[in-house]
Design a protein around this ligand. Sequence first.
Ligand SMILES: Cc1ncc(C[n+]2csc(CCOP(=O)(O)OP(=O)(O)O)c2C)c(N)n1
Ligand SMILES: [Mg+2]
Length: 345
Amino acid sequence: MASLTREELRDLYRYLLLTRGLEERLERLFKQGQIVGGLYRSLGQEATAVASAFVLDDGDWLSPSIRDMGALLVRGLHPREVLLQYMAREGSLCGGKDNTTHFTIPELGLLGPISPLGTQLCVLNGVALAFRLRGEPRVCMTYQGDGASRTGASHEGLNFAAVQRLPVIVILEHNRWAFATRSEREAAVEDWVDVAAAYGVPAASVDGNDVLAVYDAAREAVERARRGEGMTLIVAETYRMIGHAQHDPQHYVPKEELLEWRGRDPLARFQSYLLESGFESRAALAVVKEGVRRLLDTAVDDALAALMPEPEEALAGTFAGDAAAVPWTRRTHVYPDLAHSAMPS
Ligand SMILES: Cc1ncc(C[n+]2csc(CCOP(=O)(O)OP(=O)(O)O)c2C)c(N)n1
Ligand SMILES: [Mg+2]
């Protein structure tokens, strides 16, 4: 059982509220046309991301999936930075060139999600291998959806991390769906924790909607990795309470299923736990809520007040450097007389 101080429990609660509240505001902004690109929420899954990332230390690395806003906030990303990024405003992390959480911040030990599912584990393995070769007791944590975990890249990544005994913790977010495909149709395993046996790694199955259960499993895995004993697979049993993204009305999900999982909401459960166990009073929780509300209000106001980047900004910070300043077009010089003659035969 987690030996967390009252302060730490309060922090976990604050991060859960912050994650839920930030995503609610992002959804509102999306409906107001303020978000550039898609919006993917982690509604119902916040405990998995928050409690696992909470275990990491400075110097560790984390690579989130699209459902891990909570992990980014725990790592130290400010809600204002998230809002500016989603709104593609001036000064945002990608300067308007990419959206959602597609950014890497080495100072925060953050490796951004990589769109072809499963591949980011392979990249993070490289970071973990570097830590091991340098003899540094640093660990890497990453998240995969149930769908992502069935890709070829993911199998290769798991095997490499396992056989190299890399300091990696993979959190498989078994949220029952990969877009509109049920997880029963993604894999034949009944218990997803059995997958670990194929790689010869220790694994734990946890209630992903229970903050303290996730924290305990993640802490054990992180300690094992830091001792040089290799990777762990954690299967977090959870549920995606909203469509894949804002464009998905989730018609394919039976209402009863959603209702059943609504009763296991991680935020409501943790709040009840804090009150019933006597760790917190209602008044104390109200103060935390008010603090989060004010922080988010200010962050939204700041982001809305920020300008869109200047067009020239699109050329800054690119690999092409100065070459990017030349407007690209068709290579007309290859066939200079194209307008007057037929194509060469
Ligand atoms: C290799 C690959 N196939 C398909 C996609 C398109 N795609 C993006 S997210 C997604 C669903 C992923 O489901 P899952 O891994 O279970 O994560 P969840 O959305 O449930 O968190 C799909 C099919 C992709 N990005 N990469
Ligand atoms: Mg899924």
